[in-house]
Design a protein around this ligand. Structure first.
Ligand code: HOZ
Length: 434
């Protein structure tokens, strides 16, 4: 039986009523408040493998995966065992530890363009630090970012951003100094000529920052040759190229999108999977570039909890497991089957959808046109997405509560779980038009 859109469950409803008096919007990060789809957010009590269970005892197949990190599934036994041991050795040292060296070796071995890396605590911190490095090294101020790409909530990057900014319709956040916003130039994704025109007009661009596969306006892949053009234009114009691989790193391939598309950026930002579900971020590049960071060089960036032993432990176990490349092959197969199943179910229900997918990242857009950039993503029918989302939730499937986010398939999504999801989608899609 379908639940009413506003039925969050007795305990979730009660907690949300308390939370809105205590936390802005009742949450600690905007998208999870369900404003993009309506209704009450589910409060999650526990998660295991491919599922999460809410405080009312309802279990959902989870395709949010904590917004990307949980590629091995929730509460992976090996990660939990390593964390349990690490906990007993202490939770934070504020001094170097062996695990930082080991995770740096792991990242450098996997990500083609990284020779040296700095660990931080979130993806936002990674991108903020990366643009400081780019500005410090080039002596230039301006940045280019792409409409609908989201790189965390740093001042310079909250301009025409995706994710919650797009979901809530807040393209220009109050509190961002105009001078900073003005030094960020935006371009449409997948349009190399637009970027060329920007470089022709502005000589002082420090960096171009891009999600090489966008996840934050929903999943939008780069067109053939597009990343190559972005690489060449940046190099030719003396700007550094930053690949924001917070989502795509160790996700679309072990070496991230840069391995998949064979493009080497100057700086890469990472997060999510490299923390195995604990708070983490990182940025890296060539040794020459990274030696500008303090204390090797003058560009300052620091963090009390950076290299935290718990985050390093969970990350290290996860990254070592991902040395087994057959995981990526299985993810490709299960994700392809899932997306084909959803597309067929949509056709059978007479609902126009376009499902974009790269590896285990995907989004079903409610539109009949190819989704290649923010303009086309924004044409999708968000009311229909909301009905689909709630239909799936009632069927026990938890998708991102916004059209402008990616879904993530993990190693714990078995064939049986994928089949159940496709059947749920068929039922949910049959009511989307009403
Ligand atoms: N920025 C995240 C999605 N791209 C959302 C994080 C959250 O709300 O938990």
């Amino acid at each position: 039986m379908l639940l009413s859109q506003h039925d969050g469950g007795e305990r979730s409803d009660e907690l949300f009523a308390r939370a809105v008096e205590l936390l802005p919007g009742g949450v600690n990060s905007p998208v999870r408040a369900f404003r993009g789809v309506g209704g009450t957010p589910r409060f999650i009590r526990s998660a295991s493998g491919a599922t999460m269970t809410d405080v009312d005892g309802r279990t959902y197949i989870d395709y949010v995966g904590s917004w990307g990190p949980m590629i091995l599934g929730h509460a992976d036994p090996e990660v939990i065992a390593a964390l349990s041991e690490a906990l007993l050795r202490g939770t934070s040292f504020g001094a170097p530890n062996e695990l930082e060296v080991e995770i740096a070796e792991e990242i450098i071995a996997a990500v083609p363009s990284i020779e040296m890396v700095r660990m931080v605590n979130s993806g936002t911190e990674a991108t903020m630090s990366a643009i400081r490095l780019a500005r410090g090294v080039t002596g230039r101020t301006k940045l280019v970012k792409f409409e609908g790409c989201y790189h965390g909530h740093g001042d310079s990057l909250l301009v025409k951003a995706g994710s919650g900014v797009a979901t809530l319709g807040l393209p220009d956040s109050p509190g961002v100094p105009a001078a900073l916003a003005e030094s960020t130039i935006t371009a449409p994704f997948n349009d190399a000529e637009a970027l060329e025109r920007i470089f022709a007009r502005h000589r002082d661009i420090a960096a171009v920052i891009i999600e090489p596969v966008v996840g934050n306006m929903g999943c939008v892949p780069p067109n053939d040759g597009y990343l190559q053009s972005v690489r060449e234009l940046s190099r030719r114009n003396g700007a550094l190229l930053i690949f924001d691989e917070v989502m795509t790193g160790f996700r679309v391939a072990r070496g991230g999108a840069q391995e998949l598309y064979d493009i080497h950026p100057d700086i890469t930002t990472l997060g999510k999977i490299i923390g195995g579900g604990l708070p983490v971020g990182a940025y890296g590049g060539s040794k020459e570039l990274m030696r500008h960071i303090a204390p090797a060089g003058p560009i300052y960036q620091a963090g009390t909890l950076s290299g935290n032993p718990l985050a390093m432990t969970a990350g290290l176990v996860t990254l070592r497991r991902l040395r087994d490349l057959s995981i990526y092959e299985r993810l490709e197969q299960s994700s392809a089957r899932l997306c084909e199943g959803i597309s067929k179910a949509a056709s059978a229900a007479g609902v126009q959808t376009i499902t974009n997918r790269v590896g285990s990242m995907f989004t079903t857009f409610f539109t009949d046109q190819r989704v290649v950039d923010w303009t086309t993503a924004n044409r999708s029918n968000r009311d229909m997405y909301g009905r689909f989302f709630h239909g799936m939730l009632a069927e026990g499937v938890y998708l991102a509560p916004s059209q402008f986010e990616a879904a993530f398939v993990g190693a714990a999504h078995t064939d049986e779980i994928i089949d159940r999801t496709i059947n749920a989608a068929a039922r949910a899609l049959s009511i989307v038009n009403f």
